[in-house]
Design a protein around this ligand. Structure first.
Ligand code: HEC
Length: 116
C-alpha cells in the first residue's frame, strides 16, 4: 500500500476537490488527475490527450498521443516511469519532484480514462 500525505488529503477534501470516500479509500481519482493534467500536461499533450496542442506542433518528437493504442498498451509501471523520469531526447521532463505518488496514481487513472 502506498501512503498518502494526510495533510494534503485533508486539504483536498476540505476544498471539495476529492470526495471524502475517495480520499479515505486511497484509490486513484481520475477527476483529481484531470485537474493536474489540465495544469501541467495539457499545454503539450492537448486538451483531450491527443498530443495536438499548439505547442506540440513545435516539438520534435511531438508529444505522445496518450489516447492512442501504443500508449494505452503500456503498463502503468511503464507510463509512471516516463512521468517520473521524463524521456531523454524529448521535451518530456520528469515530474518526480512535482507530484506525490498518489498524484501520479491520479494522473494515470485520468490517462486510462482517455478514449481515442
Ligand atoms: C513540454 C511538453 C510536455 C509536457 C508539459 C508534458 N509532456 Fe508528456 N511527453 C512529451 C513528449 C515530447 C513525449 C515523448 C513522445 C515520444 O517519445 O515520442 C511525452 C511522453 C509522455 C508519455 C509517454 C507515452 C508513451 O507512449 O510512452 C506520458 C505517459 C506522458 N508524456 C505523460 C505526461 C504527463 C502526465 C504530463 C504532465 C504531468 C506530461 N506528459 C507533460 C511532452 C510533454
Amino acid at each position: 500500500m502506498r501512503t498518502r500525505s494526510w495533510g494534503g488529503v485533508a486539504l483536498l477534501v476540505l476544498a471539495g476537490i476529492v470526495p471524502l470516500n475517495v480520499a479515505l479509500s486511497g484509490q486513484a481519482n481520475p477527476e483529481a488527475g484531470k485537474k493536474i493534467y489540465a495544469a501541467s500536461c495539457q499545454n503539450c499533450h492537448g486538451a483531450t490527450g491527443k498530443g495536438d496542442s499548439e505547442m506540440g506542433a513545435y516539438l520534435s518528437p511531438p508529444p505522445a498521443d496518450l489516447t492512442a493504442k501504443p500508449t494505452q498498451a503500456k503498463t502503468d509501471a511503464q507510463l509512471r516511469k516516463v512521468i517520473l523520469e521524463g524521456r531523454t531526447g524529448t521535451a518530456m521532463t520528469g515530474y518526480a519532484a512535482s507530484f506525490s505518488g498518489a498524484q501520479v496514481d491520479d494522473l494515470l487513472a485520468y490517462i486510462r480514462s482517455l478514449q481515442p
